[in-house]
Ligand binder design. Structure first.
Ligand code: 5GP
Ligand code: MG
Length: 184
């Protein structure tokens, strides 16, 4: 289905600002994870893939010993309030592990809550969370992230892995999307 006319608006975070913050975040994550037994870093796909790729390489430069896996959670298409489902599970046996979940945006909080519940149910000893962006004004479930890149207002953003209608993930920066119905 074609998306309604929209434009890519102002750049909220340019490439340099993102890289600087990602470097700081990875340093914080590394300090917390270093020395933990059996660290598993999990990407909550798909929007986190660029952020995740940058974070894990920074962690590697810092010498963190870790395993990597991927989790995909989604809702049924066409029903915003539908229940979430697991679309792709991790392959690693995480019983007793220290898990760090990496996601792109914490919006309503439903996806990250679902993912954390799932990983705890699979036997993780500890589940920590890291998101690049946080939109606290949109939260419908009481969920915070342990590590946050940037806090933003209620605006739809694309770039650095984030899409609209499968487009714009490749942008090296993060920009706001402007829809025709947006107030000026
Ligand atoms: P939540 O379950 O927290 O409502 O949803 C989080 C997911 O919704 C994010 O991981 C992301 O995939 C998507 N999402 C939320 N806000 C935005 C946004 O501003 N831009 C894009 N591209 N995706 C978003
Ligand atoms: Mg996501």
């Amino acid at each position: 289905m074609a998306a309604a006319a929209y434009t890519i608006g102002e750049v909220l975070f340019n490439e340099h600002v993102i890289q600087t913050r990602v470097h700081e975040l990875a340093s914080d994550l590394g300090s917390m994870l270093m020395g933990k037994k059996d660290v598993v870093v999990v990407a909550l796909l798909r929007g986190s893939f660029v952020f995740f790729a940058d974070i894990i390489r920074e962690l590697a430069r810092d010498g963190l010993d870790m395993r990597i896996d991927f989790l995909t959670v989604g809702s049924y298409v066409g029903n915003v309030s539908s229940t979430l489902q697991l679309k792709h599970d991790i392959e690693i046996d995480i019983r007793g592990s220290t898990v760090m979940v990496v996601d792109d945006i914490l919006d309503t909080g439903r996806s990250l809550s679902f993912a954390c519940d799932h990983l705890r149910a699979k036997g993780a000893a500890e589940v920590h969370t890291c998101v690049l962006l946080d939109k606290p004004s949109r939260r419908t479930v009481p969920r915070q992230a342990d590590f946050i890149g940037f806090t933003i207002d209620d605006v739809f953003v694309v770039g650095y892995g984030l899409d609209f209608d499968h487009r714009h993930r490749e942008l090296p920066h993060i920009a706001a999307v402007r829809f025709p119905e947006d107030k000026q």
